[in-house]
Design a binder for this molecule. Structure first.
Ligand code: KDG
Length: 339
């Protein structure tokens, strides 16, 4: 019996796909994935979450549906982390800084002035030691897939342009909830106040705090320019975000489903970094048109800031372990030397 050509071609294709391990839509179970994040929908974080969602739905023939849910609607970073650990939520993206309570090693990414540029950040975060730090999450109930870019952080406040370190002396500065940020800004003489990101805009609006520090992208997308007068370009630390999965849920997935999430996460990382950098490149001009007064921290003051902030490095090395600290320093040195 002759098999019609079209049917023969289809059978050959299916055989090839099966042989190469590539899954077909029917290999996937219908699943809903709640992917929570803290910034607003129209932000670099939101755009990348929706990109990820589309990639997963494309790869599973619509069987795995990712619901990207922003505005901290599923809770703050730490609340979502607990939901992932308990299996009540499947995925999230948030700051590595808020994971330090679970994985002390994550604090290494809070080291002031660790990276000089995004090339170094990408090389280290996506290299062996970045993988090693990411892997510390799994025993704690979360699986790290990829790092995204939050970006280089800058200072905003309502009191005055920060032209020298002493200008921070009486500024109530909101910081992310970990000791490195607390110690860093106390070392600079600021009155550091740890708060979840989800409470930040209101704290600024009600003058509960005078200032905060975040990348330009977030100052724009979260409309901090509406409640902040001054922005000082300091680039004092590069912040990563990390895309994570509930380990409880991850362990229910087939190898094919895990591969779809991993592949989509890598594609989303490339998308997110490109989108974030393009937005950051024009953000300062946008921030000025929104009415904020922008100044650069003078080089001499930046050097004083670096000296004061790097004084916390010994404490970070103790928190993360000398091994991780040394590996990260070596990786930065290698990335810096690479042409
Ligand atoms: O969900 C918000 C977090 O991603 C957080 O990292 C944003 O940089 C941030 C901050 O200052 O809390």
């Amino acid at each position: 019996m002759r098999i019609p050509f079209a049917l023969a071609s289809l059978m050959a294709a299916v055989t090839t796909l099966a042989a190469t391990g590539q899954a077909l839509a029917q290999d996937f179970k219908p699943r809903i994935v709640r992917f929570g994040y803290g910034l607003v929908d129209d932000s670099n974080q939101g755009r990348a979450a929706r990109f990820f969602a589309k990639e997963v739905e494309k790869a599973t023939g619509g069987k795995m549906k990712v619901r990207a849910i922003g505005n901290a609607a599923l809770g703050s970073d730490t609340q979502m982390q607990q939901a992932l650990i308990g299996g009540a939520q499947e995925m999230m993206v948030g700051s590595t800084a808020t994971l330090v309570g679970l994985s002390p090693e994550m604090a290494v990414w809070d080291t002031p002035f660790l990276f000089s540029n995004t090339k170094e950040a990408d090389a280290v975060l996506d290299g062996p030691v970045g993988e090693k730090v990411k892997a510390t999450l799994e025993p704690k109930g979360m699986v790290g897939l990829v790092y995204w870019e939050n970006g280089f952080r800058n200072l905003t406040n309502n009191k005055r342009p920060i032209a020298r370190l002493e200008d921070l002396a009486d500024v109530k500065l909101r910081v992310m909830q970990n000791n490195v940020f607390l110690d860093s800004f106390k070392a600079l003489g600021a009155n550091a106040v740890p708060l979840p990101f989800s409470e930040l805009f209101t704290a600024l609006e009600t003058r509960a705090v005078d200032g905060q520090e975040n990348p330009f992208n977030t100052v724009l997308s979260s409309k901090f320019y509406e409640v902040q007068k001054y922005l000082t370009v300091s680039n004092h630390v590069y912040s990563p975000w990390i895309v994570t999965v509930s380990k409880k849920w991850w362990d229910t997935l087939s190898p094919a489903e895990k591969k779809v999430l991993q592949d989509a996460a890598i594609k989303s990382r490339e998308f997110e970094r490109k989108d974030t950098r393009e937005e950051a490149a024009k953000a300062l001009a946008d921030i000025k048109t929104k009415g904020m007064q922008v100044n650069e921290l003078p080089a001499a003051e930046a050097s004083r800031m670096r000296d004061k902030l790097t004084a916390v490095n010994a404490g970070i090395a103790k928190t993360v372990g000398q091994g991780i600290w040394d590996e990260v320093q070596a990786a930065v040195k290698q990335a810096r030397a690479a042409k």
